[in-house]
Ligand binder design. Structure first.
Ligand code: URA
Length: 455
């Protein structure tokens, strides 16, 4: 006899903290895709999962249901490596590390996401380059990957379509910060892309979805476990997100900062993290003996200009205007800027990083509804970072906004002064480490190496 299910009873079961079966999860995901289950029912289940959690087995079933909702590619050779970040504010590292890795011989099949909650999305950012196509067919994706070694597209209807739908619902229903939902979201699309190895940047700190280090560690373990089930080489790096990465926050502004970094003129934290993650990709690809050697090769690809050339190639291959690399005025920009000045002297000791990210969304740099349209030009640039000394009147950040947004800029200024940037009299003892922990595990060895640990 075939079992019949109802959306109501499955939502109720999860709401009451019961464990869902593989069949129930598959039935629900399929129903969402063929629209026999309404968005409001899916949203209710997402909230129930957010509040009550899922165990490892349920997470695995959810990942599988989302993974097999579309096509699954397979590039079994060791040098096909992908990278993904759990998301942060100003996180544009993909634009730097992907061309670096490609310049060093790694094949990079990248399917990236759009903005989620207070964090920006790689695809929204790259689309600020006029003409850049992120919705190419899977055939073209494979062709570009094999011939050019680097391809960057958005989620298609073919790859993990269940994630595409769930991702946009989570973005507007406050259901992002959940270990099972993040694991299934990331791993369904990463596994479907077929790379042999995956480098995961797991963010922690007050700008990350996993603000506590202990949760970031759990998420890292959950992601590694899922990767191992599919015989992938896995590296997880837990990295700090208690202030924006680099200085720029906002789509076109972040593209400019990425190009500057590829030219060797980027902020130190962004450069260091991008080089470390690219080094991880080179190492997982088997193109360096150690992670340290991978990092050296990655830095050399910035220094000799080969990574910048790869970025130009990427733009050209996908129909974008390559001239932006040398002329930033070709990118969307606002006429107006508003400076937020320090109202007292001291040292910057803390930032409310999520709140800063939300300011970019409010300006139009992110979506507030699933169908929201992105304004590529708006955002802000940090003039100071945690640990910096400031005098009264120094510029803390510069808001890029339109004439019609002066009132919003004033409100942001108020929040920066009263909540989002703390200025204290005493110098902070030590700046937080950027990379807190690295775990590497090659599929064949099934043994985890911890190469860095928080002191
Ligand atoms: N990135 C994703 O792809 N999914 C999440 O849930 C969070 C970050």
């Amino acid at each position: 006899m075939t079992q019949t299910y109802s959306a109501y009873s499955i939502i109720q079961k999860k709401r009451d903290k019961e464990k869902l079966s593989k069949e129930e999860i598959q039935w629900f995901i399929q129903g969402m895709l063929d629209q026999t289950i309404a968005d409001y029912q899916m949203s209710a289940l997402l909230m129930a999962i957010y509040l009550c959690g899922m165990d490892i087995e349920e997470t695995a079933h959810l990942t599988d249901a989302m993974l097999y909702s579309g096509k699954v590619l397979n590039f079994p050779e060791q040098h096909f490596i992908d990278k993904h970040s759990t998301g942060g504010v100003g996180d544009k590292a993909t634009f730097i590390l992907a061309p670096i890795a490609a310049a060093c011989g790694v094949k990079v099949p990248m399917i990236a996401g759009r903005g989620l909650g207070h964090t920006g999305g790689t695809i929204d950012k790259i689309e600020s380059i006029k003409g850049f196509k992120t919705d190419i067919s899977l055939e073209e994706f494979e062709e570009l990957l094999h011939t050019r070694g680097l391809v960057l597209i958005g989620q298609t209807k073919d790859i993990a379509p269940a994630d595409k739908k769930i991702y946009s619902l989570r973005d507007v229903t406050a259901t992002v910060e959940s270990i099972p939902l993040i694991t299934a979201s990331i791993m369904s699309k990463k596994l479907a892309e077929g790379a042999k190895g995956i480098v995961m940047d797991i963010k922690t700190g007050n700008g990350a979805f996993m603000s506590k280090l202990s949760d970031a560690k759990k998420l890292a373990a959950s992601i590694r476990k899922t990767g191992h089930r599919f015989d992938k080489n896995m590296m997880t790096m837990i990295t700090d997100m208690s202030e924006p990465l680099g200085l720029a926050v906002g789509n076109a502004l972040e593209v400019i900062e990425s190009i500057e970094t590829l030219k060797g003129r980027g902020p130190k934290d962004l450069t260091d993290l991008s080089v470390a993650l690219a080094g991880g990709m080179i190492y997982l690809a088997g193109l360096s003996k150690t992670l340290k050697d991978g990092i050296k090769k990655a830095q050399a690809a910035i220094d000799d200009g080969s990574a910048l050339e790869k970025f130009r190639e990427l733009i050209k291959n996908q129909g974008g205007d390559v001239n932006v690399v040398d002329d930033y005025s070709l990118l969307p920009h606002t006429k107006n800027t508003v400076e937020v000045k320090a109202h007292k002297a001291g040292y910057i000791t803390k930032m409310e990083c999520t709140e800063l990210g939300k300011h970019c969304v409010r300006l139009g740099g992110g979506r507030q509804t699933t169908s929201g349209v992105i304004d590529f030009a708006v955002g802000f640039v940090m003039n100071k970072k945690i640990g910096d000394k400031v005098a009264k009147g120094d510029v803390l950040m510069t808001i890029h906004c339109h004439d019609s947004q002066i009132a919003i800029a004033k409100e942001i200024t108020h929040f920066v002064h009263t909540r989002d940037i703390t200025i204290s009299p005493a110098k902070p003892r030590a700046k937080k480490k950027l990379i807190l922990e690295v775990h590497t595990q090659f599929a064949a060895k099934k043994k985890t190496t911890i190469t860095k640990k928080k002191k």
